[in-house]
Design a protein around this ligand. Sequence first.
Ligand code: 5GP
Ligand code: MN
Length: 326
Amino acid sequence: MSMNQIIQQITKSKRVLLATHIHPDGDAIGSLLSMGLALEEIKKKVQLYNESVLPAVYNFLPSIHRIKDDAGDLEIYDTVIILDCSDLQRVGNAAGAISRIPTIINIDHHATNSRFGNYQFIDPKASATTELIYRLITAMEIPVTTAVAYAIYTGIMADTGSFRFSNTTQEAFKICHEMVRHGADPHKVAQHVYETISLKRVKLLNMLFDTIEVSENGKLSIMTLTQNMLHATGTSITDVNGLINYARRIENVKVAALLYERASGRQLRSPNGSAFHVSLRSDGSVNVANIATAFGGGGHRSAAGFDTLGTLPELKNELYSISDHL
Ligand code: 5GP
Ligand code: MN
């Protein structure tokens, strides 16, 4: 599907809902803000929606308060734009209701995208979804405000791990250069996103370090995060963003897994097990999207995830059996 068809469709729309995945990261939040604020520039009525509590490190982004966890009456929207989601379910509880909005536009950079919706703008070569939004905004000749510049810069910075991951391309730098020219201050973004860490988050990190296990061949590391650890430190899941990277940086480790016990399942040792979200990261030599897809999830080559039910020992055993083939 060409970008022109998407642009034609967006141009025709009047009331647009914009949504992204639960537990949003910098790219998800940056996508919501940049697309939403750009559409407002061309006089569209927009509502920015996300179901989760947003990580506090993004509170500095201009207009962040525009993102609401309640989209109100969904019947008023003619169009919904779903950003940075490999499938519609990633939006969370509202996915069913949102799927009834007449026109669904899917903008994403996951190779595992299910191609849902009436219109798709998907490019797995894009460093971030915000890179795709930059392309749309420029093609539509919408002026880049400072708020939009901050959102796009932050999205690309977050998804490239501060320009260190393998998706760090010339294009990513070129767009970020543009965004800095339009008023985004890289030092300010870095200060907020990376250089400020609450004491309770440090305490949580300490507990997480204690749970690290490495497979016999040294290629897989596992971190475990329980609800009790969040309670004990007074943290929430938004404080966990990025901490898995410590497990990934361990020498010889190719794949790191973070097993997060969801709030719905407290009894880790119950025979029926609990609900887990598993985050996977690789050093780039292993495609973790394939592993996540085999478990019903998805993602990118170096960052992927899935949801599963089971006991902690079962889950670890399954992952250890994969480590033999790494
Ligand atoms: P995280 O580990 O931060 O939850 O997710 C890492 C990457 O994997 C993200 O790009 C995210 O979109 C993808 N991902 C994580 N969990 C799931 C899941 O349950 N389903 C799918 N399709 N993708 C996921
Ligand atoms: Mn992304």
